[in-house]
Design a protein around this ligand. Structure first.
Ligand code: FES
Length: 127
């Protein structure tokens, strides 16, 4: 599998939803996710070409004052990156590695109207 990664000499530390991982430098963040979870990321619905948006994350770099949305297939990983939000496709692919924090991210990522719609549907079903 190492041939899918760009050559690297060391691993850098990043955090995803507060969990720490070591990933190969000089690679895209999506490749870093693949390094973390090689059994799921290659089978996700990712275009790897900045078109599908399924790889979108909120990323906070050490020099930034706040997180910003990026495409992980485009952005090169760097030491100290902190990923604070993941697109649902990534949450699904990384669930086993992230554990319970993935579930809380999925709930937080749901738009308010979706939660309200679900509550309304549950109420309608109970009537
Ligand atoms: S993988 Fe499709 S936009 Fe990044």
């Amino acid at each position: 599998m190492s041939e899918v990664f760009r050559p690297y000499e060391k691993l850098v530390e990043i955090t995803i939803l507060g969990k720490t991982f070591l990933v190969p430098e000089r690679n895209s963040l999506l490749r870093a996710f693949q390094f973390i979870s090689p059994e799921t990321i290659p089978y996700g619905r990712f275009c790897w070409n900045q078109e599908c948006q399924f790889c979108r994350v909120d990323c906070h770099l050490p020099d930034d004052d706040r997180a910003r949305p990026i495409l992980s297939c485009k952005f090169i990983v760097s030491e100290g990156m902190a990923i604070s939000n993941l697109a649902p496709e990534l949450v699904g692919c990384l669930r086993a590695k992230l554990g319970h924090v993935a579930q809380s991210n999925r709930e937080a990522a749901a738009p308010p109207q979706t939660k309200a719609s679900l509550a309304a549907m549950a109420t309608a079903e109970n009537e």
